[in-house]
Design a protein around this ligand. Structure first.
Ligand code: NAP
Length: 281
């Protein structure tokens, strides 16, 4: 079984991006800039943002984090986004989710210029992705896609089963694999026989949020299994895939932690650089 090392893949991607940033700096005499807006003091959000900032600095991006208290008014955030939209030194804007209840997430997402939407959540980017046009792609599915391509560069004709239909993971993952000419089945909580669907799959991407849902006997011998889940249990963190069981059957599998997670941040940097490059044309 191939253990898909997301940490290693992310480090390789960051190294590539670092060289790319050096090239862009030499060509344009400026570097891509990422601005992250962090509202409130939720510990996981703070950790994510710290890691994003650290990785952005590592590849040579200009990065800043704007912090606001939980009580900040929606209007203040929207005005700041408008200001960042106009700022030529800012290539990408990310508002760390979740937001406090009094702030309308969709309004925030739609205020970010699509060309600076490094999360790929703006309806314009969602539409472009599903129409097969150039767009920012949500970072986690983009990371999954790059990991799958490392194991199997030619995905044409493969059967993929996506577990979960969230806007964040399942739906964009479907679009990416469709573009690669996979035959994609998207499953969800109302799917009648998930095991039977999985047994048909050459590729399974599990983005559910249920600890160890995917069992060993759900997976064929030659299946690539990507585990997006991050679930806290009593003695640590597990994915949506039963690692011990599935690793005995699958062709390739991502561990949790150390699989998809590290790629998510590396893909955010990639998206920032892509936004910068598109803005220079
Ligand atoms: P979400 O928005 O809660 O969506 C979960 C999806 O799973 C829904 O579409 C739901 O179906 C489906 N589902 C629930 N129970 C199911 C079942 N028994 N069988 C089949 N499908 C079922 O979750 P998300 O935001 O996509 O996140 C999924 C997991 O990924 C979470 O563990 C999250 O922490 C993790 N995550 C990881 C990263 C990373 O960087 N590695 C990034 C983001 C998220 P319905 O639509 O019918 O409700």
């Amino acid at each position: 079984m191939i253990l898909i090392d997301g940490k290693k893949a992310a480090a390789e991607l960051r190294e590539e991006l670092k060289h790319e940033v050096e090239g862009l700096k030499a060509k344009y005499n400026k570097v891509p800039g990422l601005t992250v807006i962090l509202i409130g003091d939720l510990t996981p959000s703070q950790i994510y943002v710290r890691n994003k900032e650290k990785s952005a600095n590592e590849v040579g991006l200009k990065s800043e984090v704007l912090k606001y208290p939980d009580s900040v008014e929606e209007k203040t955030i929207l005005e700041k986004i408008e200001e960042l939209n106009k700022d030529e030194t800012v290539s990408g804007i990310l508002v760390q989710l979740p937001l406090p209840k009094h702030i309308d997430k969709q309004k925030v997402i739609e205020t970010i210029l699509p060309s600076k939407d490094v999360d790929g959540f703006h309806p314009m980017n969602v539409g472009n992705l599903s129409s097969g046009y150039e767009s920012s792609v949500p970072c986690t599915p983009l990371g999954c896609y790059l990991l799958i391509k490392k194991v199997e560069p030619n995905l044409s004709g493969k059967k993929a089963v996506i577990i979960g239909r969230s806007n964040l993971n399942g739906k964009p993952m479907t679009q990416l694999l469709l573009k690669e000419n996979c035959t994609v089945t998207i499953t969800h909580s109302k799917t009648k026989d998930l095991k039977a669907e999985c047994l048909e799959a050459d590729i399974i991407v599990a983005a559910v949020g249920i600890p160890e849902l995917v069992k060993g006997d759900w997976v064929k011998k030659d299946t690539i299994v990507i585990d997006v889940g991050i679930n806290k249990i009593e003695n640590g963190i597990v994915g949506d895939v039963d690692f011990d069981e599935v690793s005995k059957n699958a062709k390739a599998l991502t561990p949790v932690p150390g699989g998809v997670g590290p790629m998510t941040i590396a893909c955010l940097l990639k998206n920032t650089i892509e936004c910068f490059k598109r803005s220079q044309i």
